[in-house]
Design a protein around this ligand. Sequence first.
Ligand SMILES: Cc1ncc(COP(=O)(O)O)c(C=O)c1O
Length: 402
Amino acid sequence: MAKGLAHPEIVSLSAGFADQESLPAETMRQAWEAVWSDGRSARAALQYGTTIGLPALREAILHRFADQEKRTTAELGASSDRIVITAGSNQFLYLVGEVLLDPGDIVLCGAPSYYVYLGMLGYQGARAIGVACDRDGLVPEAVEERLAALAASGQLGRVKMIYVTSYFDNPAGTTLSAPRRAALVDIAQRWSRAGKIYILEDIAYRELRYWGDEVPSIRAMDPGGETVILTGSFSKSFSPGLRVGWGLLPRRLLDPVLSAKGHIDFGSPNLNQALMAAVMERGLYASHLERLRARYREKLEAMLEAADRHLAPLGTVSWERPTGGLYVWLRMPEGLDTGPGKPLFEYAADRGVLYVPGEFAYPAAGPESPKNRLRLSFGAPSCDDIRRGVAALAGAVVEVSR
Ligand SMILES: Cc1ncc(COP(=O)(O)O)c(C=O)c1O
C-alpha cells in the first residue's frame, strides 16, 4: 500500500477493492429519496436501531437467501430472528470468535485462506491450522485427517470451527464442490464428540458469479441450521463503504452474539441499514448486480486474456480460471519466492505493478506454505491497467529468472 501511495502510476492488482465506476451512487440517491420521502421514515433511520438490526433488512436478506437456494425458509430452518446485521461481515466474524474462542482454541482453515481472518484469529488468541485445498476447494479427507490427528493428541476439544469461503474463494478463486459441501457438514457433525464443531461459511463473493450455475450453500445442507454459521456481506456486491454485513446463526449462538454486539455497539449504523433495505425492497439491488456482474466479467476476461498472452508463453506460470469473485491465484515457477522484499516483488513494483504475496494467506500451522503463489485482483483497476499490470508482472518474472 505504501508503494502504491508513493507511486500513483503503479497499477495495483493487490487490494480487493470494488470497481470505482460501478459503485451505486445513483442507486443510493434513489434509496435516499425513498427513505426521505416522508419525515417519519427519515427520522426512524436517524434514531438508534436494535442490536440485531433492522427487521426489514433482515427479512430482505432472508428471502434473498431462500430464493438463491430455491427453497422455502421453513425448509432451510432459517428465520429473520436468527439474522444479525453487522458492520461488514468482518464484524460478524469477529463476534463469532469473541463468543466461541478461548485462547489456544483451534479453527481449521483452508491453506490458503482469507488473510484478514487469519490475522483476526491470531488477535483473538486462537490457532488457525491449515488444511489442504485443491481446485474444488477445501479437501474433506484432509479435514478429517487433521481432526483424527488432533483427537490422537488429545486436542479435539479445542477445535471450535472449520472456516470456509465457499464461493470464489479469497485468494484461490475456487468454489467448493457440491459433494464436498455435504461431506463437510457430515464431518463436523461426526467429529463433534469432545465439543461442538461449527462450520463458519463465508459467502462474501456468492453474488459475484459470472459463469455457470448457482450451487447450494453449505448452510442449505444443514437444514436445522445448528452446525453451520453463515455470513454474507453487501461489500462486494454493492458498496464496501456502507459497511453492511450479516450472519445467520444457530439458535444457541444467537443470544451470546447479540450480547457481545450489544456491549460493543448497540447495533450497526441504522441509517445505512435503512438505505440498504430500501435498495432491496425496490428491486434496485438485483438491477445493480446485473450491471456489476457484466462489468466484472469483462475485467476477469481481460485478466485471463492478458495472462494467456503474457504469462502462458513463459511456460512456468500456471493458474485456474475462476468463474466469479475478484481474484486470480497464480503459481509462479518452483523456487521463485513472491514474498514482500523479495526480488520478484521489487522488480514487479519497479515495472509498475503490485500483487498480494501468497504467503500471507497460509495459516502458520498445517501444510507448509508454498512461497511461489500470488494473488491478483481485477476489481478496482481498469481493463487497460489490468493488461498493463499483467504484462509488467510477466516482465518481472523474466527478469528475476535470468
Ligand atoms: C472472504 C472474505 N470475507 C469477508 C470479507 C469482509 O468484508 P466486509 O467486512 O467488507 O463485509 C472479505 C473482504 O475482503 C473477504 O474477502
